[in-house]
Design a binder for this molecule. Structure first.
Ligand code: NAD
Length: 369
């Protein structure tokens, strides 16, 4: 069986973190006959330097054809002056748009060994495992009209439009309910139905989708502002949270920070299932950026990238046992006291990017034995 992965390491620490995932891929192919076939392309500033655009048409075609895309990070001061359409982020936005990645999955998992680096108390965050499912291609970031109008009286008016159609809410809530079934079987939907018409529709459609197809899953509704409070008050009450693009942007960042460093946070973005194969287009990436301040020094934390690959195993290849084992390996090296500089605390052992990757690989293999 062949599984195709298209790697887009990008800029800054992206390639350094991706190299650690490539080690894992080699080991899985050798030890487990996993059948991964990889190809590597350019995105962001590195693509601009080579092709004058943030991703080439060739690489777009390879991304579209792969079973899954692994993305590192893009950007850096070197490309601050490039034309707007060719700026590094344009590569990521093009991938999201052409692959129609409407569902963004952001887990917030608190590894026991890191519970003390959260800004919240240990008992509030220890063992936390929640998943925020954010609608990614609709809502106020894309709705029209979107403009700044000169009113002619010395005033201007800025306009953004929050707009959702039934099908968009149905498909994102369907993803949330399906994922909940593989976890603790609970979904909390968040919107602002008290003040927004799009929130009223969101609530109605989520409720109807639940009734029609997912009544075995426990569904609750919460106003998004109350949800923000509950996330920092008692986050362990949640399993899967489903919400729109704007609220999801903010709530997923709040949830992420419950768990400590930016270097730990993975994400996945999924499209609709292919009607023939049932497979969804998918892109996996760490939440962090290219970290130009530490790039090239071999000190970046590769765990967010490795954990993104664990999500890829789980969601693109149904390799659930391997994904569980990889996540356990990450927890294991942290339990052993290994820390990259971003996580370092007294009494721990500081390691660089490659040593952290090696340790995760070794633990992954040991857990198989
Ligand atoms: P950043 O995430 O790159 O870095 C923020 C801080 O966190 C820095 O101090 C950095 O050293 C640290 N950090 C981030 N990831 C780390 C890791 N894995 N290990 C250790 N430390 C880590 O955000 P920024 O500084 O705001 O942006 C830098 C560049 O990245 C900009 O060009 C920005 O546009 C781009 N960016 C890209 C993406 C993406 O590719 N998806 C996301 C965010 C920012």
């Amino acid at each position: 069986m062949t599984r195709t992965l298209f790697l887009l390491p990008g800029d800054g620490i992206g390639p350094e973190a991706m190299a650690e995932v490539e080690k894992l891929i080699s080991v899985m192919n050798a030890d487990e006959n996993a059948g991964f076939e990889t190809a590597t392309g350019l995105v962001g500033g590195s693509a601009y330097d080579e092709h004058g655009q943030a991703i080439s048409e060739d690489d777009m075609a390879r991304a579209m054809a792969a079973d899954a895309v692994l993305f590192g990070a893009v950007g850096g001061p070197k490309w601050d002056g490039v034309p707007y359409e060719a700026r590094p982020e344009a590569g990521l936005l093009r991938l999201r748009k052409d692959m129609e990645l409407f569902a963004n999955l952001r887990p917030a998992i608190c590894y026991p060994a890191l519970a003390d680096s959260s800004s919240l108390k240990r008992d509030v965050v220890e063992g936390l495992d929640i998943l925020i499912v954010r609608e990614l291609t609709g809502g106020v970031y894309f709705g029209e009209p979107k403009d700044i109008i000169d009113l002619g009286n010395g005033q201007k008016r800025g306009i953004d439009t929050q707009v959702y159609d039934t099908f968009e809410i149905e498909r994102i809530s369907g993803v949330a309910f399906e994922l909940a079934r593989t976890r603790s079987n609970k979904v909390c939907s968040m919107e602002k139905r008290n003040v927004m018409k799009s929130g009223v529709l969101w609530n109605e459609v989520v409720t109807a989708t639940h009734k029609a197809r997912y009544s075995d899953v426990e569904l609750t509704h919460m106003l998004a502002d109350a949800g923000g409070m509950q996330l920092v008050r008692w986050p362990k009450q949640f399993d899967v949270i489903v919400t729109d693009n704007l609220f999801g942007d903010m709530l997923s960042d709040v949830a992420a920070m419950l768990t400590g460093s930016l270097g730990m946070l993975p994400s996945a973005s999924l499209g609709a299932p292919n009607p023939r194969s049932g497979k969804r287009k998918a892109l996996y990436e760490p939440v962090h950026g290219s970290a130009p301040d530490i790039a090239g020094r071999g000190i970046a934390n590769p765990i967010a990238m490795i954990a993104s690959f664990a999500m890829c195993l789980r969601y693109s290849f149904e390799m659930v046992a391997e994904a569980d084992r990889l996540e356990k390996a990450i927890a294991g090296v942290l339990d052993d006291g290994l820390r990259t500089a971003d996580l370092m605390s007294p009494g721990m052992t500081e390691v660089g990017t490659a040593a952290m990757g090696d340790a995760v690989v070794a633990k992954y293999r040991a857990l198989a034995a």
